[in-house]
Design a protein around this ligand. Structure first.
Ligand code: C5P
Length: 253
């Protein structure tokens, strides 16, 4: 069998050429990194869980009319996606103060924010993905003012959808990161949700206990990351509630 062409390898995923022009295969690795890859580990089963969880969120978003790159899940670790031109921004939406916002502004973790706050970071590992202002984004041509308006509208729709999904299963959506990409339909271009949505890119706290169910478990050495992600998947109905412990996740169709 011919080897597939690798298009890109990131910290948690690999992109391969897809079967049709304009498509890619997104492969979810078990590698976990934090603090710009200063902390690293391999977490058995993480890629399988994130593939399935990202599918769950993207399918739901597509169903309510939020355009995403997701086409279909191919197997335990891979999904078929639309190729996009990635906008070099990490778009962060925050509902509750935590993480770098708390550190930067001295606001205690857990403080509810008066409204969702959207931040932009420039995607550049060498620079540590620095926080940037709209002024930088427009002046340096990373996105136009119209793109930014569209990105904010998209990010707020994703926030409403994800917050609702999580609230329904007793989880608070504290914050999350998305990426968007440009696609061309003939002469028209539009922006769609790309990358992934998973507990790697969200902060998720149990509403009753405050227990962390996201990548902070790894960042802050709070226990088993797979157990935390399995808990999220089970509550959302992505894994059956009686499935075996996390190291060997069982998928349901
Ligand atoms: O670290 P910080 O508080 O800025 O992260 C905000 C949110 O964005 C968190 O949910 C975190 O998991 C996510 N994030 C991410 N990838 C990054 C930076 C942040 O998924 N490179």
């Amino acid at each position: 069998m011919a080897r597939r062409k690798k298009v890109y390898e990131g910290k948690a995923k690999i992109l391969y050429e897809g079967p049709e022009p304009g498509t890619l295969v997104q492969y979810f690795k078990d590698d976990a990194t934090a603090y710009n890859a200063q902390k690293k580990d391999v977490i058995d089963g993480k890629g399988v869980l994130n593939n399935r969880l990202s599918e769950f969120f993207m399918v739901g978003l597509n169903a309510i009319g939020v355009p995403t790159h997701f086409i279909k899940r191919l197997n335990m670790r891979e999904q078929l996606i639309r190729a996009v031109e990635i906008i070099p921004l990490e778009i962060i939406v925050r509902n509750v103060a935590a993480g770098s916002l708390s550190t930067r502004l001295g606001i205690e973790e857990g403080t509810p924010l008066p409204r969702p706050i959207i931040e932009f970071c420039y995607k550049d590992d060498k620079l540590g993905d620095p926080l940037v202002a709209e002024e930088h984004i427009i002046a340096f041509g990373w996105a136009s003012q119209q793109d930014l308006d569209d990105i904010v509208a998209l990010a707020l729709r994703v926030n409403d959808f994800l917050s609702g999904c999580m609230l329904a299963v007793g989880i608070k959506l504290v914050d999350f990161k998305i990426e968007v990409g440009r696609v061309w339909d003939g002469d028209y271009q539009r922006l769609i949700l790309a990358d992934e949505i998973s507990p790697d890119s969200c902060r998720l706290w149990d509403i009753e206990t405050g227990k962390k169910l996201d990548k902070d478990v790894f960042r802050r050495d709070l226990g088993s990351l797979t157990d935390a992600y399995t808990e999220v998947a089970r509550r959302l109905g992505v894994l059956p509630s009686n499935s075996a412990p996390a190291t060997k996740p069982h998928l349901i169709n």
